[in-house]
Each structure stands twice: as C-alpha cells, then as structure tokens.
Design a protein around this ligand. Structure first.
Ligand SMILES: C[S@@+](CC[C@H](N)C(=O)[O-])C[C@H]1O[C@@H](n2cnc3c(N)ncnc32)[C@H](O)[C@@H]1O
Length: 342
C-alpha cells in the first residue's frame, strides 16, 4: 500500500466515531421520526424539534445528508431510502433503539476508561442503570432478535422436547418464536428482575401465554430449576469471563435431562479472535468484563463442562443477516463427567 493509500485508510477509520456520533444525535433529536411524516425545510425541522442552536443543527443536517441518511431537494429534507427501511416507526422492524443503545454503550466507556483498564487494570465504576435505560436495552435486544427469531426457531429442533429454559431471556422474543413453532413446549424465561418485568409485559395476553413460566434469578446461581429438555443461551456468555462461563455451562448440564440439548447463540469469533470485526470491536469497547468467545474456546469450555457432540450451526449460510445475528453452538449432555479447569 502506498503512503497515500495508508493515509486514506487511516482517515476512513477516523470517520467511524464521528459518523456514529452524528447518527446518535439524529436519533436522539428525533429527526428521522419527524421527517417520516413529510418533507420539511431546516427552519421547519428546527422549529418543530425546538432546537435552540440552529447553526449547529444545520451542520448536523449536512452531515446526515453526506452520510446518505437524509435527502435534500434544494428546499426540503426527507428520509433517505436506507433511513426509511431501518428507522420508520410503525413498521415491524424499527431499529432506532438498537442503534441508539449500541452507540450509547460505546460512548459510555470513554477511551480514558479503557486506557486505565488496559494499562493499570483499573475497572471503572458501573453506573446505576435506570428502568427507562433498561427498557431501551430490552427494545434494542428485541430489534436484533426480530431479525432471526423465526430462523432460529426453525433451526433448533425442539420437536421431541417438552421443556425449554431460555436463560437470560431478555424481552422474550425467542420464547415467543419457540412457543409459536412448538405449541406443546413449556418455556421457562429465566432472567434478572428488570428484564423479566419487561418480558412479562411483552408476553402478556397472547394466545401462547399458557406456555410461559417466569423465573427471576442469576445465570450464576447453582439452581436453574428443571431438569429441562432444552436450554437456550442467547447473547449471554459474552457478558462473563471464561471461569464464569465454565460455571454456567456446568450448571446448564446439571439442569438438563439425560437426552437434553443446549444451544448457545453468540458472535463467535475465529480462532485468532480477529473476525468478525463487530465481535472483535464489541469485545474491546463494550463487553469489557467478558468478551466475544471464539468457536474453539466455547467448544472447549462445553467439553470441560461435560457436553459432547458439539455442532456449529451457521445461521448466516446464505449471507442474508447482519453480523450482529451471530451463530449457534449445539451441544448434547452426553455421558462425559464435568472437569472444572479452564
Ligand atoms: C444481550 S441480552 C440477550 C437477551 C436475549 N437472550 C436475546 O438474545 O435477545 C443479555 C440478557 O442477559 C441477561 N442477564 C445479564 N446478567 C444476567 C445474570 N447474571 N443472570 C441472568 N440473566 C442475566 C440480561 O438481563 C439480558 O436479558
């Protein structure tokens, strides 16, 4: 690569944080929501959004236009096709909560915090999370889950299973998809209190209600109830360190019937932990306590916990999903005894 090309490559890297900041500002100011109604001039938009710094606001509009998120016809602005597809409210899939949540998660861990964590092993204090923030988190998880819930419910073979534990069930999107696909399946949603409150709200009054039980607790608890025929662990292990994940997998194995199966869904990395980029970056910038697990390490931990017949299932065989959808590891209880060293 020439010096010029190297410089251009670095320049591109620096554009990333600025782009995501502009996107977060647009979502928070509700620009896309407003423009969904009808095309408007800058003055009309800033007036309707009660913006006081109009020159900064005009700069933001130029950035959004340059990022192809809004279009300008010389007089009025409207949402671009991309924005319309991703952020239109009232549509089944509106991903504003997801992008807002992710951008805020990234912003909430400053470079200075990460620097001290790496250099001095100093962990910054975890700020209190309000219920409103938790609701945004669950909405974001629901946004992502909607992308693949049906495919996952079709991929996981639950035909002969009577009971399933959805551990760290979040907003309940997968539980709903499993219930719809398997009308006789009893599903236990297991999560910490705020997530469970939201899942109960989301799953109230639907025709599958009789299939759901709700258990409040921690994945690190020794007792998950059961024994279950199946356990689903989606986007949970990246929150925990390898020793904790081993403990979780050992508990999962104890909580399954002798023919039971466990499915772990996550952003599994390659052996070198350099791909996919989203998992590698989230691992450093957001999942600071845990991290994205490589397929190999997760398989090794499953073996240590006494699972066998581990099978990697690519959800994205046709390349249709964004990276955030991740992939699945399926494991059977087998006949091995758990060994506890990592
Ligand atoms: C990234 S979300 C994934 C939610 C859902 N499984 C999905 O894939 O959409 C992580 C979930 O783990 C839950 N969680 C975090 N810590 C937990 C703990 N110690 N015990 C049980 N659940 C926990 C969160 O409440 C949240 O619902």
């Amino acid at each position: 690569m020439s010096k010029m090309d190297s410089f251009k490559y670095m320049e591109d890297i620096l554009l990333g944080p600025m782009r995501s900041r502009a996107l977060l500002l647009a979502i928070k100011l509700q620009i896309f929501e407003l423009l969904q109604e009808c095309p408007l001039t800058t003055q009309e938009i800033s007036h309707r959004l009660k913006v006081k710094n109009t020159s900064m606001f005009a700069k933001l509009m130029h950035v959004l236009q340059c990022m192809n998120l809004i279009c300008f016809d010389g007089k009025t602005y409207c949402n671009s096709e991309i924005t319309h597809a991703i952020f239109s409210s009232g549509q089944e899939n509106n991903f504003a909560a997801f992008f807002c949540f992710l951008a805020e998660e990234i912003e909430s861990r400053s470079t200075a915090d990460l620097f001290f964590q790496i250099k001095e092993n100093q962990t910054p204090e975890t700020p209190e999370v309000s219920f409103a923030e938790w609701q945004l988190y669950m909405q974001a998880m629901d946004d992502v889950a909607m992308l693949s819930a049906e495919v996952i419910a079709q991929t996981i073979d639950l035909k002969n299973m009577k009971t399933l534990c959805d551990m760290g069930s979040g907003p309940g999107t997968y539980a709903f998809a499993f219930a719809r696909t398997n009308p006789k399946l009893q599903i236990t949603l297991f999560d910490v209190e705020p997530s469970l409150i939201i899942a109960k709200q989301n799953l109230a009054d639907n025709k599958f209600s009789d299939q759901f039980q709700f258990v409040e607790g921690s994945v690190l608890d020794e007792d998950w109830g059961g024994p279950y025929d199946a356990i689903f662990l989606s986007h949970v292990i990246h929150l925990f360190r390898p020793t904790e994940v081993l403990h979780i997998l050992q508990t999962a194995r104890r909580s399954l019937t002798s023919q039971g199966k466990l499915w772990i869904r996550d952003l599994f990395l390659n052996t070198e932990k350099t791909f996919p980029e989203l998992g590698v970056l989230l691992s450093l910038c957001v999942w600071t306590e845990g991290g994205a697990y490589s397929k190999n390490l997760a398989t090794y931990l499953l073996g240590q916990a006494g699972f066998d017949c581990v099978r990697y299932i690519k959800l994205d065989a046709a390349g249709q999903f964004p990276k955030v959808v991740g992939n699945l590891l399926e494991a059977s209880t087998g006949h091995k005894k758990s060994t506890s060293q990592v």
